[in-house]
Design a protein. Structure first.
Length: 185
């Protein structure tokens, strides 16, 4: 009889953000929906050892144009303290729309050996494909001639077919890359 392979637990923090606090008093709002999706995503990864931490990190009514958000500061402090292994967001732009800020966060994640995953996009920095997607997004962002201090995530960043994360117009390039490993050299 084979004994089950025990996977060490990976402590997952769900970070949620909305710009406006206009509808936060509703019984079910955007923060609740993001939180629900994040926890469902964590539950789907239970076999990989993913477990939610006790607290969620919600910034309702805060812009993603800077890092001056109470729950984001608390999240980064918990990461620095070694309390979190994986940060889960609904989608990348919930964390930041500023390339410079996002790059700073990724540096903290890397230094603290924390991975980042988006529940609705195929981005998981713990996997080689997820890291590739992050690098493609960031490289394209930089090469588009944007000023990194003020650049925002493009509005047409979307989940692609079969759950692939892509940009409209670049979908074929990414699909070819993923489906034809012999053409990667």
């Amino acid at each position: 009889m084979n004994a089950p392979i025990l996977v060490p637990p990976k402590r997952c923090a769900v970070y949620c953000r909305v710009y406006s606090d206009e509808r936060l008093d509703q019984s079910f709002n955007s923060i609740d929906a993001q939180k629900e999706a994040g926890h469902a995503f964590i539950a789907s990864q239970r076999a990989e050892g993913w477990v939610p931490v006790d607290d969620d990190f919600d910034d309702g009514g805060y812009s993603c144009g800077n890092m001056e958000r109470p729950s984001l500061r608390r999240l980064l402090a918990d990461i620095e303290a070694g309390k979190i292994d994986i940060v889960v967001v609904y989608k990348v732009d919930r964390l930041s729309r500023s390339l410079a800020d996002f790059a700073r966060m990724v540096d903290v994640f890397d230094r603290c050996r924390v991975s980042f995953s988006a529940a609705t996009q195929q981005i998981n920095s713990a996997t080689s494909m997820g890291r590739l997607m992050l690098n493609v997004l960031m490289a394209d962002w930089r090469s588009s001639g944007a000023n990194s201090a003020g650049r925002k995530w493009p509005a047409n960043c979307c989940p692609g077919p079969l759950g692939r994360s892509c940009w409209k117009g670049k979908q074929q390039l990414l699909s070819d890359f993923m489906e034809n490993p012999s053409e990667r050299d």
